[in-house]
Design a protein around this ligand. Sequence first.
Ligand code: FES
Length: 163
Amino acid sequence: MEKIRNFEQVCNILARYERNPNSLISILQAVQAEYRYLSEEVMTFVASSLGISPAKVFGVATFYSHFTLQPKGKYEIKICDGTACHVKKSIDILDALKQHLHLTDKEHTTKDMLFTVETVSCLGTCGLAPAIVINEEVHGLLTPETAVQLVKDIQKSEALANE
Ligand code: FES
């Protein structure tokens, strides 16, 4: 799991917004962009730095769906389960990826923190159904096999990069 060893980046973000509690949402967005999720630790730090209660920060973070309170993998895989993708068996792709990455219904992120697998509603690329997005890049007309191959390619390049 990615550890937040210090809050230097958070301090920079807070300074950028002049520690203004009215900028809470922008501050949380910037913090999430930096750390990929909002940990309890970081939200408590933001609250005390802004002089507001942690409950207020948690409330905002849980209210807006684009904030995530769980750590995410380096590669976020979103499998479209909108109507067009669903009828083209997007669930088979989900199952194949979960099986390949040893994920369960409760565990969406791999232990090595490389992959998070989630479903989303229509990506707006129905002509490419079934489609998935890996870190903002759309891959369409997939089969379970080609989707798993995409992940294998990433695993291979990550392994090479770590050699
Ligand atoms: S339903 Fe999957 S892209 Fe529209």
